[in-house]
Design a binder for this molecule. Sequence first.
Ligand code: KIV
Length: 273
Amino acid sequence: MSATPPAAKQRTPNDIGAMKGGAPVVCLTAYTTPMARLVDAHCDLALVGDSVGMVLHGLPSTLGVTMEMMILHGKAVARGLARACMVIDMPFGSYEEGAAQAFRNAARLMAETNARAVKLEGGVRIAETVAHLVAHGIPVMGHVGLTPQSVNAFGGYRVQGRGADGDRVAADARAVAEAGAFAVVLEKVPETLGTRISAEIAVPTVGIGAGAGCDGQILVVDDILGIFEDFRPKFVKRYADLGRAADAAIAAYAAEVRARAFPGPEHAFGESA
Ligand code: KIV
């Protein structure tokens, strides 16, 4: 008998879908192997988000993110996950032409990164594409409300679905859920709308700035750790201040090198072992 316990089962999109009405679905982004390991220990789902372009590559929006960037980060994240379901974003321009383009690129993302599912932004306008991917064996997570790849069409990162506009966002969520998405991200919508959509659709809603009535929550991991400081949306709660801790550590290192206080004798090698 082996002393090593069997590896924990990795969650599938079906497992996430089955969480509707049960325990909240805990999700975070991850872009690297070390961060994926940390996320894996506590979360149900790890998203290789195209936010990687802004968070790690300094891009002004997600529009410049490429398939190659997603594949590189997807491979890194897959190496760090044992339990969490891995979902990868389809970057801007990789699926909007229609079902054939979407399938080609989604299949490449899945095959090259080992992701369990892809995420696409959009509602009614991409519902047919979602249905095509699902029918051809690719689980899909939807993303409606504020969809950052459409920032230019929206004229900024504004709250979506206030007042009468709520029906448009609800129709988007229904369209992707009915097309077969196993879960739907609701971004930056009023809390009442997040709660309403969560009651209306049969699959889990995963909120980001959509209030406490959603079936789960997702945030960008660098935001909750206080590493990404470029902007701080209202919906982000900061659980650590690692950016400040890193700044202090780097300042201490620089000061010690300048003062010739580092390296000390304990960091140096002698002639003999
Ligand atoms: O790219 C991203 O990080 C996202 C969010 C839902 C967190 O899509």
